[in-house]
Design a protein around this ligand. Sequence first.
Ligand code: FEO
Length: 164
Amino acid sequence: MIGKKMEDALNKQVNAEFYSEFLYLSMSADFASKTFDGFAQWFKVQAEEENSHAMKFYKHIIERGGKVRLAEIAAPKLSWKTPLEAAEDAYAHEQKVTAMINKLVETAQEEKDYAALEMLQWFVKEQVEEEANSSKMTEQLKMIGESVGGIFQIDHILGKRKNG
Ligand code: FEO
C-alpha cells in the first residue's frame, strides 16, 4: 500500500507529465500550421511519449492501492517564433522535469518506499535521454542559424521519428 505523501507526490507528477504532453502537442500544432511537418511529427511523437509517462505513474499509483487524482492541466504556450525558441523551451522544460524526478527519488528515499524507488529508476534513465534529445536539437539549430536550407534539412530528418 502506498503512503499518502508518496501518493500525493506521484499524483502531481501525473499532472506534470500530462502538461508535458500538452506542451509538446502545442508545439506540434504550431509547427504544423507553419508547414514544418518534420518538427510537427517529432513533437507529436514526443507528446505521445509524455502520455505514456503519465500513465506509468497512474498505473503505479493504482497497483499500490492508491487513488489517482486527476487535476486541471495548465494551458501551454501556443506559438513559438522560431524552431530554435521551441527547442530551447523543450530543453529548459526537460531540465525542470529532471529536477521533479530527482525530488520524487528523494521523497521515496525519505519514505523508505522501495517500490516507488525502483519504478523511478526508469525515469532517472529516461530523463538523460529526454535532456539529450532536446539539447541536441537546440545545438544543431544554433549551428545552422538563419539557414533556411539547414532548417528544412533538420525538418526532414525529424519527420522520420516514429512512436515506439
Ligand atoms: Fe516525461 Fe519529457 O519527460
